[in-house]
Design a protein around this ligand. Sequence first.
Ligand code: TYM
Length: 336
Amino acid sequence: MIDGKKTMLSGMQSTGIITLGNYLGALKNWVNLNEEEDIKCFYGIMDLHSITVRQEPANLRKSARTLLLLYIAAGLDPEKNCIFFQSHVPAHPQLAWILNCYTYMGEMNRMTQFKDKAAKHADNINTGLFTYPVLMAADILLYQADYVPVGKDQMQHLEITRDIANRFNGIYGDVFTIPEAYIGKSGARIMSLQDPTKKMSKSDENPNATISLLDDKDTIMRKFKKAVTDSDGFIAYSDDKPGIKNLIDIYCAVTSKSVDEALKESDGMGYGQLKEMVGEAVVAELVPLQERFEALSKDKEYIDKIIKENAEQASYYANKTLRKVMKKVGFTELPR
Ligand code: TYM
């Protein structure tokens, strides 16, 4: 809660491409939620999280800016919402350090995303990767967020955030709002187009497994045509048919239709036709977004202004919480 209004915070790592999974599991819901209710919204470009995996400096800079443009192109108004770069608000790593001292090794050891990422990057299992969820907790708690809209893969991080906040409040009184995860009706777990038992992930080595928000029309259609299904030859929405289920999930998330409606529309179709129907729906959603992205890319001055103003706004709210935390913990205030 901030200024008497419910608060929402979410964010994405600014690394590499942004996938259709990121869009349908998170970004599209942010836009919907944003339009629905009168809430104060913060959206972070989580570039500090990105360096848990080694980054080329020029790529990191480019990815962060691209992510900001994608947020705006997807429909988040930067004049009404606070869209900021995490690295511009030093209160994030400051609070993360403090919260590290209220988080147990055993809790971090249980994090499945750490285990997955450590397995993928065996040559660089750094302590940042290990304490990554604590920085995420700081992101959320600094803005006293009531809601955190995320895909299902972030649920465990949300639970640990709540645990840390409850522990801290238990010692020092009501310092943090306890956040709730907000999972969208559809699209919460979009799967790989090449292995529908695995989530769609930007780090997938097979480019046909993921749709990037900036893939052109032909690439999108080609990737859907190649999507792995099964050899049954009939359309049904079932866990036994993960490839078909994923296509229907994507269709429903993009069009806001129900599974029943999607099944009705695809009644009698072969797999090839279903793939075409889903591909076309995705193209219809992404092409206008890409056009807005292109237009924004040309307006450097406007984007720079947004970056600066929103960093100031985010810092204002974040510092307010940080000051409160520091006082509670017992740090000496700087004499005026
Ligand atoms: P990240 O960058 O991996 O993903 C961003 C958002 O996209 C969702 N997502 C998916 N949803 C559905 N299907 C998929 N295949 C899929 N892949 C990703 C994620 O659930 C997420 O909502 N740690 C976070 C970033 C972060 C953050 C935060 C999020 C940092 N601080 C504070 C919320 C609040 C992450 O790595 O997400």
